[in-house]
Design a binder for this molecule. Structure first.
Ligand SMILES: Nc1ncnc2c1ncn2[C@@H]1O[C@H](COP(=O)(O)OP(=O)(O)OP(=O)(O)O)[C@@H](O)[C@H]1O
Length: 225
């Protein structure tokens, strides 16, 4: 399924959430219809249990749908003109950053990043160069052989972001990725994440409880319903 602008027939770029409804046991958790444009950061705010993470899971293709305890969903998710519904999570090209950095403890920093590189990037040298460039741009030049356990919280957060970006996503989802960082670090990492999202023109949807995150993003603030 393709998405085109009615006016000039050019593909719509960005992340479109078309009349997305998510219900759980008859309760409407999400009712949203919006387009997040390239480089735009939209903040999704709402109380605990209001369906924010469920919406992100739906976009990623990991929401358990149907069955006795499942969610009931309708609508469409379209990324840069390509419909995502029905695609496996790994085929959607949507990157997500969570509250926990989820770095693999048994791999080096470089090993963690290598894991994310698209398989089309072949050749040891090319892979190594991409990893080193990513670390350099995160202010972590020379960290490839480090054990993640020896990194600070801020360094780990930067590696986690680079791991997502190396997978070359078409959109970025942020599920409260700053909430476990202390205030000063939180400001730094938040600024870095937003800079990278804008630099790469990624439509970005950020879930948060914290109004400061929304203010720092400086964009639209939406609610699940
Ligand atoms: N796998 C699941 N199976 C059944 N119910 C679920 C599942 N995941 C979440 N829920 C329920 O769906 C509702 C929405 O949860 P969700 O995690 O999307 O909310 P949230 O707004 O992200 O909450 P929080 O801010 O606390 O993370 C809650 O009532 C939750 O208990």
């Amino acid at each position: 399924m393709n998405s085109t602008s009615a006016r000039n027939n050019t593909p719509v770029t960005g992340l479109e959430l078309r009349r997305v409804f998510i219900r759980l046991n008859g309760r409407v958790l999400v009712d949203i219809d919006t387009i997040i444009t390239p480089g735009e950061i939209v903040t999704l705010m709402g109380p605990s249990g209001s369906g924010k993470s469920s919406l992100l899971a739906y976009i990623c293709g990991t929401l358990p749908v149907g069955g006795t305890a499942g969610f009931d969903v309708s609508g469409q998710v379209v990324l840069n003109g390509r419909g995502l519904d029905g695609l496996a999570p790994q085929d959607r090209h949507v990157g997500i950053l969570f509250q926990d950095d989820l770095l693999f403890p048994h791999l080096s920093v470089g090993g963690n990043l290598a894991f994310a590189l698209p398989s089309i990037v072949r050749g040891r040298l090319e892979r190594r160069t991409r990893i080193e460039d990513a670390l350099e741009s995160a202010g972590l030049g020379g960290f490839a052989d480090r054990d993640p356990a020896t990194l600070s919280g801020g360094q780990r957060a930067r590696v986690a972001l680079m791991r997502v970006l190396l997978s070359e996503p078409g959109a970025l989802l942020l599920d409260e990725p700053f909430s476990k960082l202390d205030t000063e670090l939180r400001d730094q990492i938040r600024t870095f994440v937003f800079e990278q999202a804008r630099l790469r023109g990624l439509p970005t949807l950020m879930v948060t409880h914290d109004p400061d995150d929304g203010a720092a993003a400086g964009g639209r603030i939406v609610n699940p319903v």
